[in-house]
Design a protein around this ligand. Structure first.
Ligand code: ATP
Length: 372
């Protein structure tokens, strides 16, 4: 039941995100019985833009995408595609063939009785038949599936089926793409290549894309903007670099990877931490603060002599991770409490256990929040 489609104020024609966006979702709520899966979400996807819905398992990403695709009922709010309300005045959905939307869902099976080529040609029914075949083959080749064109879906691996489904969604050149974990069945190396090819295909087609992923790296790679969700709500929607460098809350900061956590109290506009005093970033005097510091913001400098006392800042262990090295460090605060912090250093940097070190912190990657 749509409770608000008629009660929400309609945006004005000019300059409204609703009218200019490829997809506009306003105040969407979706319940499964007593469980609220999507909780008052508003978002837009502009033409030529890739927006990633990112968040932990069960936070409501797929439900929101299914509502956008009109695969789940619209219980509350409004969905517009290409400036058009997806509900007719009588309250029914606009039929799928009028929506100009490419869909790829986790459970979107290929047609088992059609070959790979026929599956991709299926959505191209408005083209002359020779052009249909050429276009379908072109997309299959772009996704490395040209040689499998005559096969049937049951003869393909999960990852190959996923690439055919992606080709099927992309080939008609829709104005809006809705993709749910489109690379999840691919192994790491193939995934990198297919992601890269897909990003360029989407960008050259100028489609607006809403892509669901639980992988922060994938979201950073694909997205112009990321909407980070938790418990059915969007916590922050912004460019990837702003989520990473200016997180709106501790969940956002920690979702993108390992962070060092420290607590302290604001005194004269600063918080005393084992890494030194940091700016309280607007917190009130006397307030308890949670200080988060990314490991790559902690630079380790080796001090020549080995640690002479247990309280010195020293190395616990170091490990090469590939392109960077992770150094575990023992530090103490003013009250002599011991902390175990992480630093990631570029390249091969493997100081020995008990090596005495100094730490230098990049203040732009220090985040201070009220400690709850
Ligand atoms: P994942 O990354 O694991 O796919 P998600 O973020 O996409 O998770 P959803 O699939 O949207 O999350 O699910 C959101 C919540 O709604 C979850 O708690 C889930 O168990 C519940 N849910 C989803 N579909 C149904 C359904 N058909 N019936 C009942 N509950 C559902």
């Amino acid at each position: 039941m749509n409770q608000t489609a008629t009660t929400l104020p309609h945006a004005s024609r000019a300059d409204s995100p609703a009218e200019s966006a490829m997809l506009y979702m306003e105040d969407i709520c979706h319940d499964f019985g007593t469980l609220r899966a999507v909780d008052h979400v508003t978002l837009d996807v502009q033409r030529g833009e890739v927006v990633c819905l990112l968040g932990p398992s069960g936070c409501g990403k797929s439900t929101l995408l299914r509502v956008a695709a009109c695969l789940d009922e619209l219980q509350h709010g409004r969905v517009m595609i290409g400036g058009e309300d997806m509900r007719t005045p009588s309250g029914r959905n606009v039929p799928p063939e009028r929506r100009n939307v490419g869909l790829m869902f986790q459970d979107a099976a290929l047609f088992p009785h059609l070959t790979v080529l026929e599956n991709v040609m299926f959505g191209l029914d408005r083209m002359p038949s020779r052009q249909r075949k050429a276009t379908a083959l072109e997309f299959l080749e772009k996704l490395g599936m040209g040689e499998q064109a005559a096969r049937y879906p049951h003869m393909l691996s999960g990852g190959q089926q996923q690439r055919v489904a992606l080709a099927r969604a992309l080939a008609p050149g829709p104005g809006l793409m809705l993709l749910d974990e489109p690379f999840s069945a691919l192994d790491a190396r193939l995934r990198d290549r297919i992601r890269d090819d897909t990003l360029h295909l989407l960008k050259s087609a100028g489609a607006g894309t809403l892509l669901v992923t639980h992988d922060p790296e994938e979201a950073m790679f694909m997205a112009d903007r990321i909407a980070l969700m938790k418990d059915g709500r969007i916590l922050q929607m912004d460019k990837p670099q702003n989520l990473y460098c200016r997180p709106a809350d501790p969940f956002v900061a920690t979702f993108f990877g390992d962070v060092n956590r420290m607590e302290g109290t604001v005194e004269r506009g600063q918080v005393d931490t084992p890494l030194g005093k940091v700016d309280a970033q607007g917190l009130a005097e006397g307030e308890k603060a949670l200080v988060l510091v990314r490991p790559e913001a902690v630079r380790v400098v080796v001090v020549s002599e080995p640690s002479s006392t247990h309280r010195d800042t020293h190395v616990i262990m170091s490990r090469l991770l590939g392109r960077s090295s992770l150094v575990h460090i023992c530090v103490h605060d003013q009250k002599n409490r011991e902390y175990h912090l992480h630093s990631t250093m570029p390249g091969v940097f493997l100081p020995r256990e008990n090596q005495r070190v100094e730490l230098h912190v990049d203040p732009s990657q220090v985040f201070v929040f009220p400690a709850h």
